[in-house]
Design a protein around this ligand. Structure first.
Ligand code: SF4
Length: 369
């Protein structure tokens, strides 16, 4: 494109954005801290899901100083259900870094902001452009789709080469006078008009020169090769109840997946093993106890980014030994009332919701045997 076409692209796009943008809470602030929180929460997560979390988080931690002073468990509790929990841990860690090394000011240079935990090229470009009006173009799934269609790029958008090509294109298009609006406009267009299925080309500000639209290829561009099939694990966990009617929960190691969250102890089923055997073996390895495994309480499916699980929860009673945190940071006996104050991953919160519907008699049934 010529530079005149470049600036026409940006002008049409930004004019459209200013008239049509959704009223989202993080669009009503210039506070780099609030913009940072929103950008982290929006990674891999839908806008509608993020909004209540964003409000609750900023209410609890209105400034970077408040977040830096917070306890990690408090941060993770507010993150509960949002997924990708390393985002919450990294945000907390980075807030402390900002207070200690940048005097509580979110850095405004690429080098400094990229030194913070959890801030990669996309988030760095988003914060610098939106909060500080610096000319860094973002590339996410929405931007890739818009650019691939507009420029008629038919290569696999899963490949790094295609992503780099898109980055080069938007680096050349982003205007110095409104980089934040340009980036948000690209993402907004992708989210609301240039959607994966049935894009609204008739109301698109870019339709005149869009190659996919003008060659009737919007259904085949972008091309994305099939994802590899993700593994599906069977997980057996124990609901261990003591004589006081308390449940045993374990804190996952800090650096592991879902680190800093609590869970019901258990683990992956091995080939040839029955699920009750899995539970007994895992609890022996993790807690150094012998358990009697009773009936299954419930099973549920959950999908993570790189694998899926079916979680099978069994009632258990300790018949020998005192539980020790062999593979967790800590273990605790907690009542059903207290348990909700601890942060848990999604599959476990569903399980807890079901447990709370039981009456005390059900909970004690195995203990008194
Ligand atoms: S004209 Fe259609 S395909 Fe092209 S950018 Fe606009 S919405 Fe997307």
């Amino acid at each position: 494109m010529s530079s005149t076409e470049d600036s026409l692209f940006s002008k049409n796009l930004i004019d459209w954005y200013r008239q049509n943008k959704r009223d989202l809470p993080w669009r009503n602030t210039n506070d780099p801290y609030a913009i940072w929180i929103s950008e982290i929460m929006l990674q891999q997560t839908r806008v509608d899901t993020v909004i209540p979390y964003y409000h609750r988080f900023l209410e609890a931690f209105p400034t970077v100083h408040d977040l830096a002073k917070a306890d990690q468990q408090q941060v993770l509790k507010l993150w509960e259900g949002l997924g990708y929990y390393s985002r919450g841990r990294n945000l907390h860690y980075a807030a402390r870094h900002v207070v200690e090394h940048f005097d509580g000011t979110i850095p405004d240079t690429h080098e400094e902001i990229s030194s913070l935990k959890g801030i990669g090229p996309y988030t760095s470009a988003a914060i610098l452009s939106i909060a500080y009006q610096k000319k860094y173009a973002v590339v996410d799934g929405n931007v890739i789709r818009v650019v691939a269609r507009y420029f008629g790029i038919e290569d696999d958008i899963r490949s790094t080469r295609t992503k780099n090509e898109v980055q080069e294109i938007v680096d050349g298009l982003i205007p110095a006078d409104s980089p934040g609006d340009f980036n948000q406009a690209m993402m907004e267009l992708g989210a609301t008009v240039c959607t994966p299925k049935q894009p609204g080309c008739d109301s698109c500000p870019l339709s005149v020169h869009c190659m996919a639209y003008n060659s009737a290829k919007t259904e085949v561009i972008p091309y994305k090769s099939k994802a590899k099939k993700v593994p599906h694990h069977q997980i057996g966990v124990g609901i261990i109840v003591n004589e006081a009617g308390e449940l045993l929960i374990a804190l996952r190691p800090e650096e592991s997946m879902l680190g800093g969250l609590w869970e019901f102890p258990g683990g992956k089923k091995k080939t040839g093993e029955g699920l009750q055997q899995t539970v007994a073996r895992e609890l022996k390895e993790e807690l150094e106890v012998e358990v009697q495994v009773y009936d299954k309480f419930m099973g549920l499916k959950h999908a993570y980014s790189h694998f899926k699980i079916t979680l099978h929860a069994y009632w258990c009673k300790i018949v020998d030994g005192t539980p020790k945190p062999k593979s967790s940071q800590e273990i605790r006996w907690v009542s059903l009332e207290e348990i909700s104050s601890y942060p848990f991953p999604k599959a476990n919160t569903t399980l807890i919701g079901r447990l709370k519907k039981l009456d005390a008699e059900n909970l004690f049934q195995f203990v008194s045997e």
